[in-house]
Design a protein around this ligand. Sequence first.
Ligand code: LMR
Length: 397
Amino acid sequence: MFTDLTMAPADPILGLTESFKKDANPSKINLGVGVYKDEEGRTPIFQTVKKAEEMLLQKETSKDYLGISGAAEYGAGVQELVFGKSHEIIASHRAATAHTPGGTAALRVAADFIKRMLPGARIWTSDPTWANHPNVFKAAGLEVLTYPYYDEAAQGLAFDKMLAALRVIPKTDVVMFHACCHNPCGIDPTHDQWKQIAEVSAQSGFLVLFDFAYQGLGDGLEADAAGLRLFCVPGCELLICSSFSKNFGLYNERVGALTVVGATEDAAAKAFSHIKSTIRANYSNPPAHGAAIVSTILGDPALRAEWNAEVTAMRDRINGMRKLFVDTLKAKGVARDFSFLTRQKGMFSFSGLTKAQVESLRAKYALYIVGSGRINVAGMTRNNMDALCTAIADVLK
Ligand code: LMR
């Protein structure tokens, strides 16, 4: 049955990791997949995660199934991170949270829910967006459309075009926003722009879905939620997909969440019942360990403060690398102005490198960058900076 099949194309991001692992060049550098590296080029386990795991080892007494939507304390922790303590949405029980295996499962469950419960709804993503977004949404049977986002000439947000496009999206559709640290281009709306986006979204009446995968990596845990919270007004309805791969470093534990906000407690409960039946038909119920780590950290004030400091250190290192990268390219005589990189947020930036340049960086220098020119700034270190800037300077000649 399988002999006549043709090979599926490699994944643009994870496929690159596979090629990187196979590359025998000892000087290889991976700026492809969004994984944080410390100064030594390692992806460390957070100290707070280690401490939480030790606590769990003592405390855990059973490996019984979790409920379909996971543990209640995890949901409460997620909601507090997303909305802030004592938010009206939490107080009025208008939100319900399901623990999902990673942010990707949250997106897929949301997409299945949209397909099933909002027949005919199409989903709009920013142009560009994470390469896997259209993949996940199409797999659920949704039609995927795009609104303008990146202004290539200005290396900034195509704000007017974006707003004009949002104004004419029908209220029966769904629009996805990146809550912070836009993947792939690192450009987020300003607070004032978010206000206008929230206003236009409310006027248009479409359903808003947030992908919130980098909370804390832009300006801070609270600051990064500020744009999203402008949408959190009485009577609002939202879907929010969270990921804790990056801000807890729990990549391989697959910890995420899907939060549904209903106009009323009753509306939220109804929507959530369908989200649960979507999950049951998909992976039945979530794996416990990663979420238990997150709940343990969030539920212990001292650990939580220590975790916040770890996130801050990660953010500061990334921002330091942005500046060092720009300065090193300049020192190597690169004429093109890369200073836009220091204005971008989170792990990623659009380098402006062409597909041909990306290919030649890989062939000549074993420097791995996503084909779109997206670079993972969090993969840069003081040790690899010189080599990578030499390579980039060479292909830009
Ligand atoms: C990325 O964009 O590199 C990350 O979100 C990892 C992934 O799964 O693609």
